[in-house]
Each structure stands twice: as C-alpha cells, then as structure tokens.
Ligand binder design. Sequence first.
Ligand code: MTE
Ligand code: MO
Length: 245
Amino acid sequence: MRQIEKLTRRLFLKGGLWTIALLFWNGIRGPQIVSAEDSFSGTDFVGKTREGKHSSFYINFWKPMRRINIKTWKLKITGLVEVPKIFTLDELLSLSTHSQSSRLKCVECWSARANWSGFSLNELEQIVQPHTSARGVLFHCGDEYKEYLSRESLNQDRVMLAHTMNDKPLSDAHGFPLRLIAPAKYGYKNPKAILEMEYVAEQQAGTWSKIGPYSPDGTILPGTDHPLEYGQKARRIPGGEITDY
Ligand SMILES: Nc1nc2c(c(=O)[nH]1)N[C@H]1C(S)=C(S)[C@@H](COP(=O)(O)O)O[C@H]1N2
Ligand SMILES: [Mo]
C-alpha cells in the first residue's frame, strides 16, 4: 500500500509540475483562444488532500483535476443502451430523489458516514434502456479515474447516484456534481466526478485494481476491516459496522 501511496504522490507531484510548466508556457505564448469550451474551462484544480470540509473523510483523487464547471458539465450515457443520452444536472435533479445514511469505507483503513441524496440507477435505466448484453457499467471520471461495476451490483439496495452530501450539493472534493454511492463496496468502487457511464458487455479492471492489490469486485466482507495500508491480514471487527475509528 505504501508503494501505491508513493506512486499517487509522485503522479500528483508530476501533475503539479506539469501544471506549472504549462502555465509558464502559456505565459510566454500569451492568451490562447479556446476553441470548444469543456467541462473544466476556467476552473482551478482539486487534488488528493486530507483536509476536507467533512473532517472524518479523506479525499482521494487519482490525478489532480480541474474543478468541474457546472455550466458545461453533462452526464453522458453511452455504450450498449437503446437510447444513448446526455443529461444536464437539472434533468438529473428532477429524477425521483431519496436519501440514506451510509458509510464509505476505504481500503486505506478509514471510514466515515454521511447522509447522501440522489437517485437509483433504475431511474436512469428506465430512460436509456440498457441492452440485455450490457453486463456492467464503466464509469469515466473527471480525473481520468475509471471504475467498473456490474449491473447486478448497481441495482442492489442502497446503491445510488448521489448529488447531495449532508444536505448540500457535493463539494468538488467529494465528487461534484455526481458520484456513485455503493455501501457494500470499498471506497474505490464509489467513483466521483462522473462524466460518462458506458454500458459494456464484459467486466473491466478499474484504475486501482489495475495497479494495486485491490480486488476487481471490491465487496466489503461484513465484519472485516481490510488494512491494506499496513500490509497486514484482514482484521475481524465484531458486529460488522465499523465504529471504532
Ligand atoms: N474520480 C475518482 N473517484 C474516486 C477516487 C478517485 O481517485 N477518483 N477514489 C476512490 C476512493 S479510493 C475512495 S476511498 C473514495 C473516497 O471518497 P471521498 O474522497 O469522498 O472521501 O472515492 C473513490 N472515488
Ligand atoms: Mo480508497
């Protein structure tokens, strides 16, 4: 785990240096005309930090990314669906919303609870109508993070696409404007800052399971903590719910 942490930090640092180099380069060349506005234009960066507003949550981002500009952000639904569609946030906010309190549990040995509001996958699927050949969804995120979940796991109880955390719109750090909440899965199966949901036929490896000791499935074993960060064996926790940190 330490290795992965180091790798992330190195990537982040590299990202930072690149940004500085780019800013410098743009400074020399003068202002550029941006041809097509993307979801990020005019925004600054958000990266990995341990100083979120919700103090018990750590914040993970695969790569530092530009804050999403809500004026231009849209959710794309692509792949094996009858009706591929691009949603604005307003359209998504008009879907039937529900709330739940659930815990986000990271393999780095922390967990935290919040009240999330959003809509179920089924709300979307009624509109886009996935083909029967679509076994799962590959999520593409603003920081180039990718994660795959099977449709079976996405249609479980308490899995939602959340736009609200503790009664406020998601902050940039926690995945504005839309993230997945899948309480039965480790944090890395809860992609943030979603740009596109691609319905696919085959299981795909997500960002973390490609580079680290993360299972592609990511299911939390009830009553078990999984201290990968400390290179130890999984630790048993009485009762299942993690309450001691
Ligand atoms: N886009 C994106 N989503 C992501 C990640 C990421 O790096 N990028 N990290 C995941 C991991 S490993 C965890 S533990 C949770 C952390 O959620 P938080 O940052 O809201 O605390 O986000 C998940 N979703
Ligand atoms: Mo995580």
